[in-house]
Write a protein that binds this ligand. Structure first.
Ligand code: DGJ
Length: 334
């Protein structure tokens, strides 16, 4: 870290303090979240949770995503799980899925964008993921289950939800606990928000088909309005991500607008989720995006930033290091 940056993040009083005190302060103070940089877990390894999703269970957040570490068995696809109580320090928990071709997908099959829901009735953790062949022609979701949040998930099946093509998926749990799967439907030139069955093991009811050809779909409920967010269909290359709003999930949905100056192409990232963190004083909404490095996927980065949101507007500010206090809900750019 350059000297100027160290000075910037450590208050002047502490800058002159002895080393042990500095270390203690670093351990107890809020940790900077640094968009675009290597994000080490508790083992010092860059977090492998690409195209991920977050589940809050009790006081702990669990981050699931594609594990694209080097040296993994090329015949399998991996999902990793991390936990955190402050959304900044992440502990590696388990490679919760190490999936071989379930039968009919071929050696270069695709498993992307895993999302985990907790079903309080069955007490099962249910993982959805995009399952495909190497040419992205199957367009299915896969479902896996576990009795514990970070256990070894058991792959159940893959299918086209509501008999529609499904590529990128997203997850949304409404304030009343209702779970929805978001999935991109290429022939329909749009994306669905669809309700899950009571056991969460299948997709039961289409709630909305939003007529915009967007992937990396995310939905959020904030101050009485629904916000839907997604990226254009440009493969691994970033593009200007856009959002729309509606009073009801069913719509009508507004026109889509840029979340950031379009020439920044979402600051080089692609949406995967919008995370609401409500504390004792306020609510921070975090844009979670992936900065893909398709040729060195293990080194793909994350762009997490608090958004400016309210009254139907959503803006992603230029990325810079920031802190989050999950007790109060306050975020602070540095
Ligand atoms: C964009 C998607 O959002 C990613 O998850 C991945 O499927 C790439 N396309 C593949 O090109």
């Amino acid at each position: 870290m350059p000297f100027a940056t160290i000075r910037h993040v450590i208050p002047r009083k502490l800058f002159l303090a002895p080393i042990p005190l500095l270390l203690a302060a670093a351990a107890s103070g809020p940790q900077l979240i640094r968009p675009g940089e290597v994000w080490p877990d508790d083992r010092g390894q860059h977090i492998q949770a690409h195209g991920g999703g977050i589940l809050k269970f009790g006081d702990t957040w669990y981050w699931f995503g594609e594990d694209r570490s080097q040296g993994l068995d090329p015949a399998r696809r991996y999902v990793a799980c991390y936990s955190s109580t402050d959304l900044a320090h992440w502990t590696f928990r388990n490679q919760v899925l190490k999936q071989a071709d379930p039968g009919d997908l071929g050696p270069r099959f695709v498993l992307e964008r895993p999302k985990v829901f907790y079903n309080p009735r069955t007490r099962k953790f249910v993982m959805y993921m995009h399952i495909d062949d190497a040419r992205y022609q199957l367009a299915r979701v896969g479902v896996a289950v576990s009795d514990t949040v970070d256990g070894d998930y058991r792959f159940l099946s893959s299918f086209r939800p509501l008999d529609r093509e499904s590529r990128d998926i997203g997850q949304f749990v409404d304030d009343d606990g209702t779970p929805y799967l978001i999935f991109e439907d290429r022939p329909a030139k749009g994306f669905h928000i669809a309700a899950l069955s009571a056991d969460y093991l299948t997709v039961e009811r289409d709630v909305a088909l939003i007529n915009a050809p967007l992937e990396g779909g995310a939905v959020l409920h904030y101050q009485g309005l629904y916000y839907a967010l997604g990226s254009a269909l440009t493969g691994w290359n970033p593009n200007p991500n856009k959002y729309a709003t509606a009073a009801k999930l069913e719509g009508p949905w507004s026109e889509f607008r840029d979340i950031a100056p379009p020439e920044t192409r979402t600051y080089g990232s692609q949406s995967t989720m919008l995370l609401k963190v409500t504390g004792s004083r306020t609510t921070t909404v975090v844009f979670m995006g992936d900065i893909w490095r398709p040729r060195t996927q293990w080194d793909s980065r994350y762009l997490w930033m608090p958004v400016e949101i309210g009254n139907g507007a959503l803006r992603l500010p230029a990325p810079r290091p920031w802190t989050l206090d999950v007790r109060t809900g306050e975020s602070q750019p540095q």
